[in-house]
Design a protein around this ligand. Structure first.
Ligand SMILES: [Zn+2]
Length: 252
């Protein structure tokens, strides 16, 4: 009985989060992450999967270290955003690998990877999760962004730039799981919805995870982005969330 209650509770949380996200998303058409987007190459249609999470599929996580190469991203305390996202990706990848989770990365070095290629990699991997990693000096704690596309039924051939619409409901549920794990780890979390070039073309549950310094209520920074302990705490919480997400996926 306990699991049934838990599942009902979880569904309520997801719907409550969906309402929060809807309010957060209504006031903005593009967010801080979308503003840093690299120009897209030729758009093309993408074949959508029949169901948000097909039973029996292997559990694959795509880690998208945003920026890189020609696009250094934002200027962070002591490092560029592209270096920070790569470092967080490496941390998270090793934690997930230690938990038996297969990881696909969109870049492994300071290289230019355009948004179309990143989405193609995620879609080709048939992933159950894509986390697009960002860093910022603005705000506090972890910012979780879900695409602001309106939820849509999966189409046989989904339009390239709005393919995520068929997955938005699952992405909101994923953000809910991430939110719970981060809060449990004592981190500050901000939820939002925004236009996410790249993510908007992905056919999997996808969330942009933007880490900001940790600040005390008086706005004083208590952990900088280059603090290894802070990075480790965030990565551990994200890994715990993905282990939980794997457990929630339909079993074969
Ligand atoms: Zn960024």
């Amino acid at each position: 009985m306990r699991w049934i209650k838990k599942s009902i509770w979880r569904r309520r949380v997801v719907w409550a989060l969906a309402a929060v996200f809807a309010v957060a998303g209504s006031g903005r058409s593009s967010g801080p992450i979308g503003a840093k987007a690299v120009a897209q190459a030729t758009p093309r249609p993408v074949a959508a999967a029949a169901a948000p999470t097909a039973p029996g599929t292997r559990f694959v996580v795509v880690l998208d270290a945003a920026h890189g190469g020609d696009d250094p991203g934002g200027r962070l305390n002591g490092q560029s955003e592209e270096a920070f996202t790569l470092a967080m990706g490496v941390r998270l990848r090793s934690l997930l690998a230690a938990r038996g989770i297969q990881v696909v990365t969109t870049r492994e070095s300071d290289s230019t990877v355009d948004l179309v290629r990143r989405a193609e990699m995620a879609n080709h991997a048939n992933a159950q999760v894509c986390l697009s990693l960002h860093g910022t000096e603005s705000g506090s704690g972890v910012h979780l962004y879900v695409s602001n596309l309106a939820p849509a039924q999966p189409a046989r051939i989904a339009p390239w730039k709005t393919a995520q619409a068929a997955w938005v409901t699952r992405s909101l549920a994923l953000a809910g799981t991430l939110n719970s794990a981060l809060l449990q780890a004592g981190m500050t979390v901000t939820l939002g919805r925004t236009s996410l070039p790249g993510v908007d073309s992905m056919t999997c549950p996808a969330v942009a995870v933007e880490l900001a310094p940790e600040r005390a209520p008086g706005k004083k920074v208590t952990a900088e982005l280059d603090d290894p302990g802070y990075q480790a705490r965030a990565a551990e919480a994200l890994a715990a969330a993905l282990v939980e997400w794997r457990g929630e996926a339909p079993q074969p």
